[in-house]
Design a protein around this ligand. Structure first.
Ligand SMILES: [Fe+2]
Ligand SMILES: [Fe+2]
Length: 352
């Protein structure tokens, strides 16, 4: 099964060229590159203010390429220009347009928050009952009807979000101390396989699981255009809520939604894979998270979210914006996957 072959857009080609060019200054003398912030600004306005789906694809590819570069290693590239002001300007243009649109989209919910003492119960049932959770038809489809190729393709499409999970937790930690830090460190330690060596690291397990499924485990870095906008957006949203220091409360809310939702959703995938004859090591990444994230969700609530909103009730609105953006984006992924998986051509997702 293959992802639809789509050329890299001119936007993506130009941003990737700039991000790793040792002589970015010379490159910026070329009109095509100099025009990029203006073009991307217009793209972001159409994508977020006018809900243009084609523009959302382009804009999330550009933003995701920047986020990938923010974790790029100087010993693997001649240069990493992610902190150049020209790149920062492009990133800011995209994220600020997205921010305006999302605050507007979720305003009604944010205006009807419960008192702090009722928050835990309220947010827990809000996440549980959200239309993007297990009740979404996608999960019944994955469990009961999806072919092995469709399940593999879904796993592949989830790469941009899954693969950076531990990196994002790390990025949350500097400057945070006390009980919150201890919980983040505990969560991170689980991601690292609790000291049992590299093979136990969740990222390693995910890559190995992907390899066993025969999917391309490098595409999330090298072939960004193979991923749908909704999946790239989910990844970009986390970078937005965590790398932007002023949005860290949103990042904490996003993490709450993720850790709380994952176990139920993943159980449906597991049953789908088992129905197709895959089990054990072949799907270990999934069975592992069906268990470990139950504790993660409850611990994140108890040790990070509740201490924060009790001590600083004014953060509840921003925290809930993070939760709601995450749930909304997960819903967009589910909706898109229903048609995307059904339309995909049978072929092979190649191993790199
Ligand atoms: Fe994990
Ligand atoms: Fe987790």
């Amino acid at each position: 099964m293959t992802t639809p072959a789509r050329q890299k857009s001119g936007y993506l080609e130009r941003i990737e060229a700039l991000l790793y060019d040792p002589d970015i200054g010379a490159r910026l003398n070329e009109p095509a590159f100099r025009a990029l912030p203006t073009e991307v600004g217009e793209l972001a306005t159409r994508a977020f203010m006018k809900d243009s789906v084609a523009d959302q694809q382009h804009v999330h590819e550009v933003l995701y390429a920047i986020n990938v570069a923010s974790l790029a290693l100087p010993w693997e590239h001649k240069a990493v220009q992610v902190d150049h002001p020209f790149i920062a300007q492009i990133r800011y243009a995209i994220e600020s347009a997205w921010d305006r649109a999302d605050r507007q989209r979720h305003k009604a919910l944010l205006d009807s928050l419960p008192p702090v003492e009722k928050f835990e119960e309220w947010v827990t049932s809000h996440i549980r009952d959200h239309s993007s959770n297990v009740s979404h038809p996608l999960f019944r489809f994955l469990k009961e009807d999806a072919t092995r190729d469709q399940l593999r393709l879904f796993f592949f499409q989830e790469s941009p979000f899954d693969i950076f999970h531990a990196d994002l937790i790390t990025l949350m930690m500097p400057g945070v101390y006390g009980q919150m830090k201890a919980e983040m460190a505990h969560n991170f330690n689980d991601e690292m396989g609790d000291g049992a060596g590299e093979a136990a690291v969740h990222r390693t397990i995910r890559i190995e699981t992907g390899r066993q499924m025969g999917i391309d485990t490098d595409a999330h870095i090298r072939q960004i255009n193979r991923f749908v906008a909704e999946e790239l957006a989910l990844s970009n949203m986390y970078f937005d809520g965590i790398k932007n220091r002023g949005k860290l409360v949103q990042g904490i809310g996003m993490m709450l939604a993720t850790e709380t939702m994952v176990p139920g959703r993943i159980n449906h995938q597991i049953q789908g894979f088992r129905r197709n004859g895959m089990d054990g090591d072949q799907i270990y990444y999934l069975t592992l998270h069906a268990e470990v994230d139950v504790g993660h969700g409850a611990d994140w609530m108890r040790n990070v979210v509740l201490p924060l909103v009790r001590k600083h009730p004014e953060t509840m609105r921003e925290l809930m914006l993070g939760v709601e953006r995450r749930l909304y984006q997960a819903g967009a992924v589910c909706d898109r996957m229903m048609t995307y998986l059904r339309d995909a051509e049978p072929a092979t997702v190649e191993v790199a």
